[in-house]
Ligand binder design. Structure first.
Ligand code: OAD
Length: 294
């Protein structure tokens, strides 16, 4: 093909909408962790619409490891998938919590107003289950990365507190923490690890306590969100681990990081809407992959 045709095709590639897909590969005896994001691009060639497949990038877990240990500022964004191997149910998917429970009955301010007992019973059953669970190898590897890199921020959507138990320190809990309670009257927030918790729980001021988590229809804390934006905008490397990438603004943090020039590594057992934007998607369980980066 003539060089000028390559140039034309390149121009079309650069302008064309891209359709990414992840492409599994085997590494070290059959374990799927490698990905690549080839893109199929529609291009007019010789007057005929054709499809070209471009290999966008190809990284191994060793490349990711190398980048990690050469990074000055690392930000990690986690979702329910990081805790799945500890036994915490995720929200979506075939056996996700939202398959069996309606969020509008249990996780909205209106639900709490209408039936605080029902909401507290649901949170109490989750707290009791969580009280028996431990951090897994994924949580522990994240805490170890924090000890070794210069600047580190962990942004989590999880309310389970397992990152704290694993030893992570600089944590932004975007959706709150199930082990804290907040008074509806005086606003006081306190840690409360009772499991079971007395239903209904009341504050010393007499006000009704609620779980200190963000419910559907509520705003995220301004200060948590501002810190999360700063950590996303200023990192060289962002890991996006175990999140379906459909709940915003959390999911958009990965896009911000990418826009600001960070290398974005997604770790998930499946592709997500964020896979298109990530530089690398390592397909597999967080508890298997994260320790391999140490
Ligand atoms: P989801 O349940 O939506 O997604 C869990 C993700 O984890 C999916 O993409 C799974 O493929 C992936 N996953 C499962 N097991 C994994 C493993 N072992 N290793 C790696 N990945 C794994 O959970 P979130 O994205 O966290 O909000 O959901 C976001 C928010 O939606 C939650 O914080 C919650 C929910 O409604 C509130 O409660 C406000």
């Amino acid at each position: 093909m003539e060089w000028h045709i390559y140039e034309q095709i390149q121009e079309i590639i650069d302008k064309a909408p891209t359709f990414h897909y992840t492409h599994g590969a085997f590494w070290n005896g059959g374990y799927v962790i490698i990905h690549s994001l080839p893109r199929r691009i529609p291009a007019i060639y010789g007057g005929v619409l054709q499809q070209f497949t471009m290999q966008k990038a190809y990284y191994t877990i060793h490349d990711v490891k190398e980048r990690l240990w050469h990074s000055k500022a690392v930000t990690v964004l986690t979702g329910a998938g990081i805790s799945a191997e500890s036994g915490v149910p995720t929200f979506r998917g075939k056996v996700g919590l939202w398959k069996n429970f309606r969020p509008e009955d249990l996780a909205t301010p209106e639900a709490f107003k209408n039936n605080p007992k029902l909401v507290w019973e649901w949170y109490d059953s989750r707290r009791q289950a969580l009280s028996r669970l431990k951090p897994n190898a994924g949580h522990i590897a994240i805490a170890e990365i924090e000890r070794r890199v210069k600047e580190f921020t962990l942004i989590t959507q999880n309310v389970d507190g397992l990152h704290h138990l694993a030893g992570s320190k600089n944590i932004i809990e975007l959706h709150g923490n199930i082990w804290r309670v907040r008074c509806l009257t005086c606003g006081e927030v306190d840690e409360n690890r009772d499991a079971p918790i007395k239903i209904l729980p009341f504050c010393e001021c007499g006000g009704l306590l609620r779980p200190d988590v963000v419910w559907f229809g509520e705003m995220l804390s301004d200060s948590a969100l501002t810190k999360a934006f700063v950590a996303s905008d200023n990192c060289d490397l962002m890991f996006v681990i175990g999140t379906s990438g459909v709940v915003h603004p959390a999911a958009s943090l990965a896009l911000r990081a990418k826009d600001e020039g960070a290398f974005v590594v997604e770790i998930n057992i499946d592709n997500t809407p964020l896979s298109v934007s990530a530089d690398v998607t390592l397909l597999g369980k967080a508890g298997d992959i994260m320790p391999q980066l140490l």
